[in-house]
Ligand binder design. Sequence first.
Ligand code: NAD
Ligand code: TYD
Length: 353
Amino acid sequence: MTILVTGGAGFIGSNFVLDWFEHAGEPVVNLDALTYAGNLRNLASLAGDARHVFVRGDIGDRPLVDRLLAEHRPRAIVNFAAESHVDRSILGPAAFIKTNVEGTFTLLEAARVFVQALELAERERFRFLHVSTDEVYGSLAPGAPAFTEAHPFEPNSPYSASKAASDHLVRAWHHTYGLPVLTTNCSNNYGPYHFPEKLIPLVIVNALAGKPLPVYGDGLQVRDWLYVRDHCSAIRTVLAKGRPGETYNVGGWNEKPNIEIVKTVCALLDEMRPDPAGARSRLITHVKDRPGHDRRYAIDARKIERELGWRPAETFETGIRKTVRWYLDHADWVHEVQSGAYRDWVAANYVAR
Ligand code: NAD
Ligand code: TYD
C-alpha cells in the first residue's frame, strides 16, 4: 500500500516523510510544487530509496492529481501542501487563496471521484488527512481556556482565513459526500529543516551571524510550541486510529511568550557556541508589530490523548536543545536556503519595520 503526501518537501512534510520511513515501510508518493519553502535537500537521505517517489507538481493541477491517484492507488492522502507564513500572507495573500483554498478543493474533488470508484473494502480503509493549524481559532485573551475542537473559527490573518476555509471544505466533503476525512489542528512547530523565515530558525541564524533579532511589538505574544517529530507522530496516530469526520487538536502543552523563546535560544547558543562579542541577547531588537497580530494561541490536546492515546514525547527544553544543535551542525543547509530569494524576503519584511 502507498500513501500520497502533499507538501512533503517543506518543513513538516519532509520531517513526516523521514519519520514515516522510520516507523512504517509503506511507499510514499510525494507531490510538492517546490515553492521557496520546498527543499529536496531535506530528503537527501532518501536518495535511491525506491519507497519514495517524488513528483514536482501543484495540488491544484487536477489532471496530475487524477493521474497520480489512478497510477499509485494510495490508501491515504496526507495534505501538508500550503502557503504557511503569516507575514507573507499579509504582504501577498493571493497565493494563500490559490493553494490553501483552491488547491485543497481540487485535492478533495479528485479524492472524492477516486474513492467512489473503489471496492467497498478499499473505500472503507481510505483516509484523507488534512493538516491544519490552531490559528483558525483566532486569538485568546490571557487566562482564557485553551482551544478545544469545539472552539468557533475566528481566523484573523489571510493565512489563517485560508486554512479555515480549507478546513470547512474538508468538513463539507465528509458531510455531503461521505469522504473519510480527518483534520488535525496543530500549534506552532519547531525543529530541523524549519525555513528561517519563522521565529525560531530566524533567531538562530541571525544570532549566529551577529545580526539583530527582530521581536515584533512587546514580544509578549504567546504561542504553544511543539517539536516537529511529535507532530509527525500525532499525524501517524490520527491516520491509524482517528474517526473519519473528526478533528483533533495537537499541541505541546507548552505556552511561552515570544521574548522568552528568543532569550532561551540566545542562552543555548551562548552555551554551545560562545560569542566573543558577548551574550546574544544584546542583539534583541523590538520592531514594529505585525498587523492584526494574534496575542495568544493555546491548544487543549486532551481529545487526542483520551481517544487515541497520543502525547508529545519532547518537552520544550529537550526539543529546543536538539533544534539548536541541528542548526549548528547543518550550516551548509542554512547557507543554501539563504539564497537570493530569501534575501529579497528579508528585505521586504524587515527593512521598513
Ligand atoms: P512549509 O511552508 O514549510 O511547506 C509547505 C510545502 O508545500 C512546501 O514544500 C511547498 O513547496 C509545498 N507547496 C506549496 N504550495 C503547493 C502547491 N500548490 N502544490 C504542491 N505543493 C505546494 O509549511 P510547513 O510549516 O511544513 O506546514 C505544513 C502544513 O502544516 C501546512 O498546511 C500548515 O498550514 C500546517 N501547519 C504548520 C504549522 C507550523 O508551525 N509550521 C503548524 C500547524 C499546521
Ligand atoms: P511565526 O514563526 O511566523 O509563526 P506564527 O505567526 O504562525 O505563530 O511567528 C511566531 C511568533 O513570533 C509570532 O507571534 C510572530 C513572532 N515573530 C517575531 O516576533 N519576529 C519575527 O521576525 C517573526 C518571523 C515572528
